[in-house]
Each structure stands twice: as C-alpha cells, then as structure tokens.
Ligand binder design. Structure first.
Ligand code: PLP
Length: 467
C-alpha cells in the first residue's frame, strides 16, 4: 500500500474507532489544562514520520474530546457532525480545492450552485436569493448585515462600501432584547456598534413585542435595519414575522432574520407554522453545522437581493456585474477569498437525507424535546419555563421556592448532572434567573434517549434535594 493510502486509512480507522466510543462516552477525561500538558513541548527541530504524527495527535486529543456528536449532548446548540457529512469533508480536505472561484475549483463552485438551489427550496425562501457558504451563523449574520448596511445607505444616495460610514447618514438598527450575542458582534464588526442600537422589548419567551416595535418605528426616520429572530437560543421562540415584517417593510427597513437553527422549522410541515411570514424578509442567516448535521465550519448567508449581496462582499468592484452570466464565483458571496469548499458536505447531507429526511430529523428532535419536557414537568419541583414549540427547553429546579433558593438548586443540579456524565447539558441566565438548558439538535436523539436524559436529570435533582 502507498504511504498516502496507509496514512488516510489510519486516519479513517481512528475516526471510526472514536465514533464507536461515543454512546458510552461521558465527560472528557482531560480538561483544558491536561490537554495542554499532553501537547506541550518546544517546537520540534526535526520533523516526525507522517503516521507517527497522526497517531500522536489522536492519542493526545482523544481524552480531551467531548461527546458532542452523541445522542445525549444537549449543551449550547450543537449539531451531530453526521458520518456522511464527515466523509464528504474528508474528501474535501483531500481534494484540497480553494473554492474561491470557478476556474480554480470548478466542481466546488458548481456544487455550491446546486446546494444553494436545494437550500432555498427546502427552506421555502425566494428562489432569486443568493447564498454565501460561510463558516457559521456568526459570519452569516455579518455577511447579511453588510449587505443590509450597503443597501439602506445606497437608497439614500450614499456608497457605504466605497466611502465607509464617515459622514454617512445614520442607520437605525432595531433589535429584540433577547437577540443572540453574535448578532451584536456582527454589528460591532460592521461599524454599526453593538450598543448603538434601538432595543425592542420582548415577551417572557424572548419574542419581540409588536406594540413596542410599532412604538419604536414611529420615532425613527431614515435608513433602518431590523434584526429579527427565528429560534431564540434558550427558548426556541420565533418572532411573529407575519405581524411585524409588514410594518417594517412599510417603513423601508431591511429585515434580517437570525435563524441559526430555527430557520430549519421551514423544512417540516409540523413546524413551519412557527416561521410563518419569514420569507418576506430580506436576508436570513443559518447554520449547516447545527441542525443539518454537517461537520463544523458551515453556515449560510442568504440574501434576496443578489446585487446587494455581491456589492457588500465582492473583492473588487470591477468584477461586477457578473450575476446572470451563469458561473458562480463562491468568494463573491462571503468575506474570504481562499476558502474551504463547504458545498461538498452540504450537498452530501441534503442528498443523504432528502427533503423527507430533513423533515423527519427536525420532527424527531422536536418530539424528543417535548417528551423530555413532559417527563420532567411531572416531577414536583421541576418547572419547564418555555412552551416547547421547537427543540429547546429551559428548566428550573426548586421552582416553587424563593428565587435565590431556586437559583442555587438549579446550579447544584446542573453540577450534579455534569458530574454524573450520562448526559451533557449546561446552564444559562434567563431573564435574570438560573436555568438548565437543553437543546435537542442531534440526529441520534430518539425518544429513548430523551427518556434517559429526563431520568438522569430527575435523579440528579432528587439527589441534590437530599443534600
Ligand atoms: C449558534 C447561533 C449563532 C451563531 O452561530 P455560529 O454557527 O456559532 O457562528 C447565532 N444565532 C443563534 C440563534 C445561534 O443559535
């Protein structure tokens, strides 16, 4: 066997071996400090054999790997890195394409064209929209908001892409109080300021209050960007798009939606009522590496106005206008020039699951979330603070005790759950109080797994209660 073949086979063997340990894996044996020690040595003067390097890498990393790809990992909102996506990603790395343009990487550019068409179809978004394949929803939000910034300024006669914001007309940014932190980062990167926003009041599950929004709209004039949300990070709640997008559009606002995971509600008839009206926005940010289960480093910036998208992202203005010529240069839709060919893993996941498979995946996660909520809600002292309409739950322990005591019990229960290690879930503050969060975003989280999770949480709470 050639050296390359044995090297790649060994990597594949190690990868498959790791995946086999996942169902039984608990918290990582190594924390950050131990992992650091495992790799700490001075920069080697002399190199090592290829195979030895890969063996050492796997040996050093494995004890510090979390079971994020497993069926009982409920922390943050983390997708499962599906084996088909991973295999496509192996090939992507091996092929080594620089997916910047269609001459350097014809297949990588072309498969983005097809995957983009599929995504728009699946997510029921306007077919004329353009899609940038980015690293994740943070950069998707950034890309969409860059297009928004350019377009709302252009409409008042200012070329912000060329002249910047110095001396530009002021843009009002309207945003809900419970928006995701990375949207504020995107505003910061764009010179719009993470604090220089008009925050709109939200309800107990994090939805923008339409009356508060109407009040805010009466007070603003000039260019407006409004940022709405499909899937609040803790509660999974959706803004009421059908009610609030029309008045925003009447005001001439660019409406952007952060739908990092929630946009996928569009893909199932059981959940698409949640996102009703979402297609009338101007841009949408979502992730492949969350609910679509692609490996990490995959998100999509979707923009109705392709010209605005390209104006904001294009590397040189002389490239314009190429739209309509029929050849896609992926770098025109993203901030980077040289980049990973993310279309391959996206195509592989969509081809593997199909429209029905994506819907079934969304439905299974939501059903497991509802089942966990139902089982947990039967236990005295445990309260589910949100209506579980999607895949997210927030849970409060000693819920009938005074606030401080409930906070303490919630934190202690979370510690116990993590120490037991049958599942992983973490805490958050929700409207000032401690909660446990569960996000069901893995293709393997069936009802059995949801039952196990509920049992483990109840057992942890009872044992903490016994002191
Ligand atoms: C995860 C998430 C983001 C950020 O996405 P990344 O893929 O981590 O960059 C933004 N908004 C929401 C609602 C999210 O859940």
């Amino acid at each position: 066997m050639s050296a390359i073949a044995s090297l790649f086979q060994e990597a594949a063997r190690l990868a498959a071996g790791f995946r086999q340990t996942i169902p039984a894996r608990h918290m990582p044996a190594h924390d950050y400090a131990t992992s650091l020690a495992a790799f700490s040595e001075p920069l080697p003067t002399v190199g090592s054999q290829m195979l030895d390097v890969i063996t050492q890498l796997a040996g050093g990393a494995e004890p510090g790997l979390h079971a994020t790809t497993g069926p009982r990992f409920f922390g943050w909102v983390i997708g499962g890195s599906h084996p088909v996506g991973v295999a496509a990603d192996f090939l992507t790395s091996a092929w080594g394409q620089n997916a910047g343009n269609h001459t350097a990487a014809p297949a990588a550019a072309a498969i983005e064209t097809v995957a983009a068409r599929w995504l728009l179809d699946l997510l029921k978004l306007p077919a004329e929209s353009s899609v940038g394949f980015v690293t994740g929803a943070t950069v998707a939000n950034f890309t969409c908001l860059a297009a928004a910034r350019g377009e709302v300024l252009r409409q008042v006669g200012w070329d912000g892409d060329a002249r910047g914001l110095f001396g530009a007309p002021e843009i009002t940014v309207l945003i809900g109080d419970d928006a995701h932190t990375t949207v504020f980062s995107a505003l910061q990167f764009l010179g719009l300021g993470h604090d220089r926003v008009l925050r709109v009041r939200t309800d107990p599950v994090g939805r923008i209050d339409p009356a508060a929004l109407a009040g805010a709209l009466e007070r603003v004039s000039g260019p407006v960007i409004a940022i709405l949300q499909a899937g609040q990070i803790n509660t999974g709640a959706f803004d009421d798009f059908a009610a609030i997008i029309p008045p925003l559009k009447a005001k001439g606002a660019w409406v952007h939606i952060d739908g990092a995971f929630g946009l996928w509600a569009q893909a199932s008839v059981k959940t698409s009522h949640l996102s009703r009206g979402i297609e009338s926005a101007d841009s949408w940010a979502t992730d492949g590496h969350k609910w679509l289960q692609t490996p990490y480093d995959c998100g999509y910036a979707i923009i109705r106005n392709e010209i605005a998208h390209r104006r904001a992202m294009t590397i040189a203005a002389s490239y314009l206008p190429l739209a309509g010529e029929g050849e896609r240069d992926p770098s025109h839709y993203v901030p980077e020039l040289s980049r990973r060919a993310r279309g391959f893993a996206t195509w592989a996941m969509l081809k593997h699951l199909g429209r029905d498979g994506v819907a079934a995946l969304i439905d299974q996660c939501c059903a497991s979330a509802r089942l966990a909520a139902e089982l947990l809600g039967r236990e005295p002292g445990i309260a589910i603070l949100n209506e579980v309409t999607l895949n997210q739950l927030i849970i409060r322990f000693a819920a009938d005790s005074p606030d401080e005591e409930g906070d303490t019990m919630t934190r202690k229960t979370i510690e116990k759950i993590q120490a037991d290690g049958l599942i992983f879930a973490g805490g958050a503050k929700w409207h000032g109080r401690d909660v446990l969060r569960l996000s069901v975003t893995n293709f393997q989280t069936t009802s059995d797994q949801a039952e196990l999770a509920a049992e483990s949480i109840i057992a942890a709470f009872r044992s903490v209660g016994r002191g």
